[in-house]
Ligand binder design. Sequence first.
Ligand code: NAP
Length: 274
Amino acid sequence: MEFVTLNNGLVMPQLGYGVFKVPEQEVYEAVREALRVGYRSIDTAMIYENEAGVGRALKDSGIPREDIFLTTKVWNKDQGYERTLAAFETSLQKLGVDYVDLYLIHWPMPDEDLYMDTWRALEQLYRDGKAKAIGVSNFHIPHLTRVLEEGTVVPAVNQIELHPFLSQEAIRAFCQKNGIVVEAWSPLMKGRDALTDPVITDIAARHGKTPAQVVLRWHLQHDIIAIPKSVTPSRIQENLDIFDFVLSPDDMRQIDQLNRNERTGSNPDEMHKK
Ligand SMILES: NC(=O)c1ccc[n+]([C@@H]2O[C@H](COP(=O)([O-])OP(=O)(O)OC[C@H]3O[C@@H](n4cnc5c(N)ncnc54)[C@H](OP(=O)(O)O)[C@@H]3O)[C@@H](O)[C@H]2O)c1
């Protein structure tokens, strides 16, 4: 495993395991498997409705709590100071833990204009030691700028959709300048076109690795945290086996050139509904 140090000194695995849309019944086995093969960072969210299953898997794994990096997120309808504090307590209860390592605002929801109130709740949770680090997700530069100007804590992480077809260079540069680590969601483009692009498949063949492994390696070598999701045991393992090869500067350049600003998910500026 490789690690990154967040702006408050907290150390976070650079590769984590995401559980978006994994139903509660399946998530237990999936997380147990991920922990068994060596993942130590798990990314969930209130809206995934699987926090209880994640929590049971963590507990039953027997791995000490301090060896796990656990992330969850406050959902859009729970934004606002008091609601966020209440939602956080619900997440803690479901997860069966007394702190999370990273708590994120899931989406900025700019039309609601609540993300600064929400951020103040996260700052309180951080000061209380209930969240070891706090950050945001799906924040664009104007949203981040406001948090930097009006907040008292610099977000540790901005979790955004990021893969070779959506390389997010402007947000990455802004985050780097301001000490915010970028974390990629849908790092494998949800298993879609990026994994069959000839540039990626050629590089994979040359290294004797799979396209998914090449794409995850590209993230790591750009100092990005990646949290691929899979419920398939062979892929859970495959996505972790990326620490035994290095992409050359030319490989990296070729993958960088694949960007076409193609999203698989919503555009944060256009997401209005709670
Ligand atoms: N903050 C946000 O708004 C947000 C939004 C979306 C996601 N996320 C987080 O990011 C995590 C990852 O994103 P994601 O789940 O959308 O997409 P992803 O990790 O890019 O892709 C997951 C898909 O790719 C397949 N896959 C996994 N490993 C593969 C491999 N080695 N080869 C081929 N296909 C493979 C999976 O199939 P199987 O499962 O069938 O193996 C699944 O269909 C989520 O689980 C969640 O934790 C956050």
